[in-house]
Design a protein around this ligand. Sequence first.
Ligand code: ADP
Length: 245
Amino acid sequence: MSTQLLLDGVNRSFDGFKAINDLSLAVEKGELRAIIGPNGAGKTTMMDIITGKTRPDTGRVMWNQSVDLTRTDEAGSARLGIGRKFQKPTVFETQTVEDNIALALKEDRSVWATLFHRRSAEDTRRIGELLELVKLSHVAGWMAGDLSHGQKQWLEIGMLLAQDPELLLVDEPAAGMTDAETMRTAELLRQIAGRHTVIVVEHDMDFVRALDCRVTVLHQGHVLAEGSLDHVSANEQVIEVYLGR
Ligand code: ADP
């Protein structure tokens, strides 16, 4: 495996407050990685830095060992193959589930051109494959607005995958989901890792356990511990941060 994303000594302050403090992190190509940490640990700021939404004050963020992401903006990181899923699902509510995926496949074309042009056999195959993957084939003709919260989250993941990102950043996907949806989401992310690198920020520990992956604990903008969930859960500093002991 090769390193896909490397944060090296990254710092970012807001009005003198160090949100990110000498943060170093390496994620391998195809890896599934969970990022956990208490509120204010710097998780969102870290994602903002990776996607070019926020620039670090100092430090390097290397992509595929060759591109410095600190010089990139959000559009640039998307072009490089970095997709981001925010916590709230954003789908086209008044379009069908299938058309949502079709629109994501054809980001460069207008909505009307996509909806009214005949689809190529290849597009039809790819849409079917993505709907199957996100378990929405049976509701392909539904309006996206009629889906459950969990289904909307999966649809948006399907839409992001339609653009075949190398890295997918996912922010608290399990928030607001039922237990069954949470487990299904963990299974989906495990399925797509390998082909895609996936970084997930999450609070729900049952979900993180189900991801069964390497976990990075952030605290005060710094990596406090890293390893399996069992390994980091046994770390004295992590226990102190989470339980206030
Ligand atoms: P998390 O996502 O882990 O909850 P954040 O990255 O949102 O943490 O925030 C880390 C710290 O940085 C917090 O104390 C937050 O208040 C501060 N922060 C984040 N963004 C800004 C900003 N744009 N302006 C001022 N402070 C910010």
